[in-house]
Design a binder for this molecule. Structure first.
Ligand SMILES: Cc1cc2nc3c(=O)[nH]c(=O)nc-3n(C[C@H](O)[C@H](O)[C@H](O)COP(=O)(O)OP(=O)(O)OC[C@H]3O[C@@H](n4cnc5c(N)ncnc54)[C@H](O)[C@@H]3O)c2cc1C
Length: 456
């Protein structure tokens, strides 16, 4: 009857919430000292403040995330411009602009020079259709025609959404994201991010709700293997002794892709999972400019950067924070060198938006560089094919995580959908035999699982 969830990232938390709200006993095992996984906040001693491991941007299209936030009472912990606007700055051209989408489905914004990407030609819009219609082997680069729309909007967006260089990245995954966002109009593209921190928005309120529902949360508790008997998982090996998995119990493995083979190798010897990863760099500078920002940067609190190492700069209380996606190619660069180079770019981008015309100082302020080496699986067509379904050959074992097949790249939305899908399979599996017995037939309801096709 108990569901044992291994992994306290957002996939595990989303599964736990769904099950606990349905009245199922849940025990969640998290290896780290706190839950949140790749989306977490922590106290940084070097900078003397709380930081997110990395900046995370959400879109209003992320319906599973917003539903989760509503269920844990934390929707009002997000901030954003409240409108589908995306300020950008081109370092080489020394030019800034704001892409401002129309709220409705008809993209009037592309006809208005003040709202679209400067220098773009209307015939470049064919790239958007090619992305929406892309086949499984097509890359982002295959869909793009040279021009301002590609260089100043679509490639920067694709690199941050897919965390993979355009020459390799799957156009179909990007097309799926666009179908749920841009293709639905600006109302689905309003950007949001946590006001105080990822944990404050997504993790701590979820844990409070889970505890109130009676779930058991065991942090600092790494599961080292799954014990099998009669083709089912019958125990979890933990440092302090095994946890037994009863005959009616189920297990959801919600660990990252790189850990799953080690844990589930004996139970699922044929399991194939993504095995190439891309890193993300975040550089957090200790400087407070929030009160001095003007214009669209004051509204959005973030700006996209074209033509530099930096890709997005976020203005947070006491911090200017920079994201660099698909950062494997920067693995050899020293932290000091990166901090100095990127600060030069931040100065150029942010200074024009500061009230009073006083630019940011030339010398970099104290900086923390956070390198998430395996931030996400590489979103290539070949890696996408390796993503398994939630269900496994072992009847009481399911998989969840941003790497499980869900039609989306590795995102919070994808992670939460996979957790939800796993939970709903368990709930429907349990309900179906009882309902069938009541109806006197053996027919089962199809589980609401997510597959590549359904999410696309
Ligand atoms: C720097 C960065 C920036 C990002 N930016 C964005 C963004 O802007 N927007 C967006 O939507 N997504 C973004 N993402 C992706 C997003 O963070 C992930 O897709 C999501 O958090 C993955 O959640 P998960 O639960 O699948 O995996 P994880 O978060 O990795 O959770 C797995 C959990 O399992 C635990 N665990 C592992 N092994 C064991 C074990 N043996 N026993 C017990 N516990 C175990 C881990 O400690 C971890 O807490 C970003 C990711 C990074 C790293």
């Amino acid at each position: 009857m108990t569901v044992h969830i291994v992994g306290g990232g957002l996939a595990g938390l989303s599964a736990a919430l769904e099950l606990a709200e349905a009245g199922r006993p849940v025990t969640l095992y998290e290896a780290g000292p706190a839950c949140g996984g790749r989306a977490r906040s922590y106290e940084d001693r070097q900078l003397g403040c709380r930081l997110d491991n990395g900046n995370h941007l959400l879109l209003s299209a992320n319906r599973t995330v917003f539903d989760f936030l509503d269920r844990i009472g934390a929707r009002d912990t997000l901030v954003g411009p409240g409108a589908p606007i995306f300020p950008f700055h081109d370092l080489e051209a020394g030019q800034g602009w704001t892409v401002s989408l129309s709220r409705g489905r008809v993209p009037w914004w592309v006809l208005d020079r003040r709202r679209r990407v400067p220098g773009m030609r209307l015939r470049e819009l064919g790239a958007l259709l090619r992305l929406l219609r892309a086949g499984p082997e097509t890359t982002i680069a295959d869909c793009m025609a040279p021009g301002a729309l590609a260089e100043r909007l679509m490639i920067p967006l694709a690199v941050s959404v897919l965390n993979t260089r355009p020459e390799e990245a799957s156009a179909r995954l990007m097309g799926n994201v666009m179908r749920e966002s841009m293709a639905r109009g600006g109302a689905a593209c309003v950007p949001w991010f946590p006001r105080d921190g990822l944990s404050e928005s997504l993790v701590d309120p979820a844990l409070a709700r889970l505890r109130a529902l009676g779930a058991t949360i065991r942090t600092g508790c790494r599961v080292t293997s799954l014990g099998m008997a009669d083709g089912r998982v019958d125990r979890l090996t933990l440092p302090g002794g095994d946890a037994s998995v009863g005959a009616d119990d189920q297990v959801i493995l919600a660990v990252p892709a790189q850990g799953v083979r080690e844990l589930a190798g004996a139970a699922l010897p044929d399991l194939r999972v993504p095995d190439r990863f891309e890193s993300i760099l975040n550089l957090h500078y200790r400087v407070d400019v929030l009160d001095r920002l003007t214009g669209d940067l004051a509204r959005a609190r973030f700006v996209g950067v074209v033509g530099g190492v930096a890709e997005w700069v976020f203005a947070k209380p006491g911090i200017l924070s920079v994201t660099v996606s698909a950062a494997n190619h920067l693995a050899d660069r020293s932290q000091d060198e990166l901090a100095a180079t990127v600060w030069g770019e931040v100065r150029a981008v942010v200074s024009p938006w500061l009230a009073g015309g006083v630019p940011l100082p030339e010398a970099p302020p104290p900086c923390r560089v956070v390198r998430e080496k395996r931030a996400t699986f590489a979103a290539t067509p070949a890696q996408d094919r390796l993503r398994p379904e939630c269900r496994t050959a072992v009847p009481n074992l399911l998989l969840a995580g941003d790497w499980v097949a869900n039609g989306l790249p590795a995102t919070i939305e994808g992670a939460m959908r996979s957790g939800l899908a796993a939970a709903r399979i368990l709930l429907s599996d349990r309900a179906a035999p009882a309902a069938a017995r009541r109806r006197g037939s053996g027919r089962r309801n199809p589980p609401p699982s997510l597959t590549r096709a359904s999410a696309g």
